[in-house]
Design a protein around this ligand. Structure first.
Ligand code: MG
Length: 256
């Protein structure tokens, strides 16, 4: 069956190539989707409470959200105006259409802790379900998605480096439950000519389970197209407004 579909695919591709207008390097969103293999499901332990609060940051952390306000955040549109997401019950939630938000402060190498919650009311599927994202230095997306029993391309599910690196396993909790990401991030280094000496590296622990192990990030993480490398210095933590009411809490960072 597989051989047959491969053969048919080959024929279709060949026929397509024979009749299509030449469109070198034409990229579609599907071009960078990888569907197989499917990361196996791991049920996380009770490392952090799935409901309720009471979680706190270590003493030397920069607290980016303390449950009360978004004073440490701004709109990503202009980097100045107030972040317009909703704050309630010790958490903040994407206010659809208000756009991405980012930290006022910029960071290089760090340890980041952030908790997120997919909407308990399941709506949509695939990439349309509980989608948000955490961008390292404003450029490299660690995907936030409701990946509990929700198939999408593997390099776009929760714990993926979007369109680049699928998670080692799927450690997602149920919609409506709080989940944790613990991230160790090493910024890329560039020489004085802007050439990359080493790429960004990221390690991600999702609900206490390793999903990215010192993964080299190949460049930016666009919806369409291939990663791009551009020289940069420190950058903010950016959170994505993908139109879904994803909530966050207990966000703190330790610069390394
Ligand atoms: Mg996203």
């Amino acid at each position: 069956m597989k051989r047959r579909s491969l053969t048919l695919g080959f024929i279709a591709t060949t026929v397509g190539l024979a009749f299509a207008q030449p469109q070198p390097n034409k990229q579609t969103p599907e071009s960078t989707e990888i569907w197989d293999p499917v990361p196996r499901v791991v049920t996380p332990g009770n490392l952090a409470p799935a409901t309720g609060s009471g979680v706190t940051a270590p003493s030397d952390a920069v607290v980016l959200f303390d449950g009360k306000n978004l004073d440490n955040w701004v709109s990503d549109k202009d980097g100045q105006s107030a972040a317009k997401w909703t704050v309630a019950d010790g958490a903040f939630t994407v206010a659809r259409g208000t756009g991405d938000i980012r930290t006022k402060q910029e960071f290089g190498d760090y340890q980041l802790h952030i908790e997120f919650r997919s909407p308990s009311q399941v709506a949509g599927n695939g990439q349309g379900r509980g989608n948000s994202g955490i961008f390292m230095q404003g450029l490299y997306e660690l995907q936030v998605l409701d990946s509990y029993d929700n198939r999408t391309y593997s390099n776009g599910q929760a714990g993926s480096i979007y369109k680049q690196s699928m998670p080692l396993v799927n450690a997602s909790r149920k919609p409506g439950e709080w989940q944790t990401y613990d991230v160790v991030y090493t910024a890329p280094r560039f020489n004085k000519d802007g050439l990359m000496i080493h790429p960004p590296y990221i390690t991600v622990i999702h609900n206490g389970v390793l999903v990215q192990n010192h993964t080299a990030i190949r460049g930016t993480t666009p919806f369409v197209g291939l990663p791009e490398v551009k020289a940069h210095g420190k950058g903010p933590i950016k959170l994505q407004d993908h139109g879904n009411p994803v909530s966050f809490r207990n966000v703190w960072i330790r610069e390394l």
